[in-house]
Design a protein around this ligand. Structure first.
Ligand SMILES: [Zn+2]
Ligand SMILES: [Zn+2]
Length: 238
């Protein structure tokens, strides 16, 4: 009722095609939502990388066979392209935080489909160094993780993982340099919180996985149980 009234007074405009939307809590219309492409299996059973068709659903990719990640399994929901790329940019840099509703819907549908997170009992997000947070004003991963926790009914802890080293931008570095750059850059404020907990670690993008892997290393060394990573998008189109 209240939603209908809000919608009548302030109709939502689709961020994809600029047409009016009849749902007040949405940023994209149903038509544009179809342009966001969900990733389809087969996936690497460790890092979630897209594998070529014909691969078994129990296969690991070459990277994971060579360098076993610290997390138990990572999943990425959508392909990082077209409309979603723009929406993530709006979310992070234009601070359109209401997009978290649209993103959460995508993530939750994917999780249901693949039976993800059934045993999770703690949600954590990838933290930002205080200096960067000061510049950006929001941590997009926090916002996503909080919305997911609320929807799934799983506790979310914002300040458990901390970033203590203000690392240079990862995207400009090669793989080995990324890993070196990230080593000891995170800190776990409360080890007791994570002990024997099955953790869902949330971020927007999965690039090389070095950030989530470094956080997972810390969590596992502090006694965490199953560590599952869920990211909204990944750009690994075959
Ligand atoms: Zn649209
Ligand atoms: Zn893999």
């Amino acid at each position: 009722m209240l939603g209908n009234l809000i919608n009548l007074l302030y109709p939502a405009i689709c961020r994809g095609c600029s047409k009016k939307i009849d749902k007040f809590d949405r940023n994209i219309c149903d038509n544009c939502a179809k342009k966001i492409t969900e990733r389809l299996p087969p996936f690497c059973i460790k890092c979630g990388r897209q594998l070529k068709e014909g691969y078994k659903s129990i296969a690991t990719c070459q990277n994971c066979e060579k360098d076993k990640p610290f997390f138990d399994r990572a999943w990425s929901v959508c392909h990082y392209d077209n409309l979603l790329k723009n929406l993530i940019h709006d979310f992070k840099y234009k601070k359109i935080t209401s997009l978290s509703t649209d993103f959460t819907t995508l993530i939750i549908n994917f999780m249901k489909k693949h039976h993800i997170g059934k045993d999770s009992n703690l949600i954590l997000s990838i933290p930002m160094h205080p200096n960067r947070l000061f510049q950006r004003e929001i941590n997009h991963a926090d916002i996503l993780a909080k919305a997911l926790g609320k929807n799934l009914g799983i506790p979310y802890s914002r300040n458990t993982l901390k970033k203590i080293k203000n690392t240079s931008l990862q995207s400009k570095l090669k793989r080995d340099a990324r890993i070196k750059n990230l080593r000891y850059s995170f800190y776990l404020k409360n080890k007791l919180i994570v002990r024997n907990k099955n953790i869902m670690l949330v971020d927007d993008l999965f690039t090389t996985g070095s950030t989530v892997n470094e956080c997972s290393r810390l969590l596992k060394n502090s006694g965490a149980g199953y560590v599952e990573v869920i990211t909204l998008a990944r750009g690994d189109v075959l």
